[in-house]
Write a protein that binds this ligand. Sequence first.
Ligand code: PLP
Length: 228
Amino acid sequence: MSIKENLEYIHNSIEEIALKNNRDISSIKLLAVSKTKPIELLQEAYNEGQRLFGENRVSEAEIKVPLLPKDAEFHLIGHLQSNKVKKACKYFKCIQSVDSLKIAKKIDKTCYEFNKVMDVYLDINIANDKNKTGFIVNDSFFTIFEELKELKNINILGLMCIGAHVEDRDEISNSFKDLRMLLNTLKSKYPDFNGDKLSMGMSSDYFEAIKEGSTMVRIGSSIFGSRL
Ligand SMILES: *Cc1c(COP(=O)(O)O)cnc(C)c1O
């Protein structure tokens, strides 16, 4: 299958799931996860109208971003190290993988120096998975959030998660539902917080994610083929 056919398939599939679940199709964006893939494939997707791309390494974005037209938008979806923050703030339109107060403060400080505001998502370790990064949701998360939302040079659009890594479809659904409920809790607890986005759903579980309110699915292998 070509990238064109894969994109058509995904768009149709997203539309079908949205219809089935009474979701407005325009509220669901597609992030094409292009990590490890060569620029020619990104260009092919771009030529088919794809504008949002997800990368998990700053070093890869540094090479790819300048090679695509300016209206292509890159989102960082992998853990960010302190020493890469400057470059991340330069090349990414959005950092979806903010997973500590420390890194958030560093992004904020860097963007203050760059005179810009960075769109971010908070990466939530929703299924409490030891092998994953992201905030664990407990009492101290809310204390941290109170500090995060005051940072002036980051704009928290919403929350991001990776679904539970299990076979059971209901358990996967539940992890996405938990993320949606956490966003609702934050919104009602902090009326000055107006983040309303949920980045959730990958090739294997975007059906469940859309059903539970995803506003951005992050799809890699179903568009670009499997990664080695
Ligand atoms: C790799 C990756 C994806 C895409 O995964 P696929 O299974 O290839 O669709 C989505 N989100 C994150 C955070 C990733 O690292």
